[in-house]
Design a protein around this ligand. Structure first.
Ligand SMILES: N[C@@H](CCC(=O)N[C@@H](CS)C(=O)NCC(=O)O)C(=O)O
Length: 261
């Protein structure tokens, strides 16, 4: 997969979003974390967390429209052929570790830094519930809503209604939860970081935030955070050129079946 110099990736965003954070906040990590990334709601979860936690990182673009996610070296890190993934060269015991699945990555970063992920069991369970809620509900259902509403060439009313309704239900659950607390787990946490990218795309999911005023307030608060702006503001030039109607892109993304070894 094509590497990208961190300086180049960082200098792009520094133009509009302030200086990149290259200094470790603590002794860990001794080397920047490698973030395998493409600018989508799942990728943003980790770029937001790294920015919020003040951790140094290199961006390694994974062009999922071209098939970088199937390259053998990437599959060693992320066997489900999905980004994001990270490599921490200063993992447990000082040895490198790779992690795939954004929820597992967020928990790892939260445990290592002690930030945005409480150490006490009750506080941690509050965060875990909403993190897993995102991983099992908000993300997958929003992904299907995006697919059937925006990418499917033939419009399938049953699928569109099913996933638009599910998104409406999920924003209702979130709205109730946020009625009497500022963030999903009370205090700002990795659970909010997991949700914000998907929620920010509510229009593509056929939703109107006037119906969910507590979600709208939560969203505006989080989107105004400088670290969130930096995390969601990372520009990868090639990503801007992807045409989802291109048959080659569709063949990579929408025709996946088991690949036997
Ligand atoms: N549950 C995974 C989902 C990751 C995911 O779906 N990533 C998408 C981009 S948003 C991807 O890499 N797609 C590549 C593909 O479909 O082949 C996570 O949260 O890490």
């Amino acid at each position: 997969m094509a590497g990208r110099s961190p300086a180049k990736a960082k200098s792009k965003k520094s133009k509009t979003l302030g200086k990149p954070n290259l200094k470790p906040a603590t002794a860990w990590p001794r080397k920047p974390i490698d973030l395998y990334f493409w600018p989508t709601p799942n990728g943003w979860k980790i770029s937001i967390a790294l920015e919020e936690m003040g951790l140094p990182y290199n961006i390694i673009p994974v062009n999922i429209a071209r098939g970088d996610q199937f390259k053998p070296d990437f599959l060693k890190i992320s066997p489900n052929n999905r980004m994001p993934a990270i490599v921490d060269h200063d993992g447990p015991g000082g040895r490198p570790i790779s992690i795939f699945e954004s929820g597992a990555i967020l928990q790892y970063l939260g445990r290592r830094t002690g930030k945005f992920y409480p150490a006490d069991e009750r506080g941690r369970i509050e965060v875990d519930q909403w993190l897993f809620w995102q991983m099992a509900n908000l993300g997958p259902k929003a992904g299907e809503a995006h697919h059937f509403r925006n990418y499917a060439l033939e419009k399938q009313p049953y699928a569109i209604e099913r996933f638009t309704n599910e998104m409406n239900r999920l924003y209702g659950v979130m709205n109730t939860r946020l009625k009497d607390r500022e963030f999903l787990a009370g205090r700002y946490s990795i659970a909010d970081m997991a949700c914000i990218g998907w929620a920010s795309r509510y229009e593509r999911q056929g939703q109107d935030m006037n119906e969910f005023p507590h979600v709208r307030r939560w969203m505006n608060t989080i989107l105004a955070r400088p670290a969130v702006k930096r995390g969601m503001g990372i520009r990868i030039e090639e990503a801007g050129k992807v045409d989802m109607k291109d048959p080659n892109v569709r063949a990579v993304l929408f025709n996946q079946r088991a690949r036997t070894i």
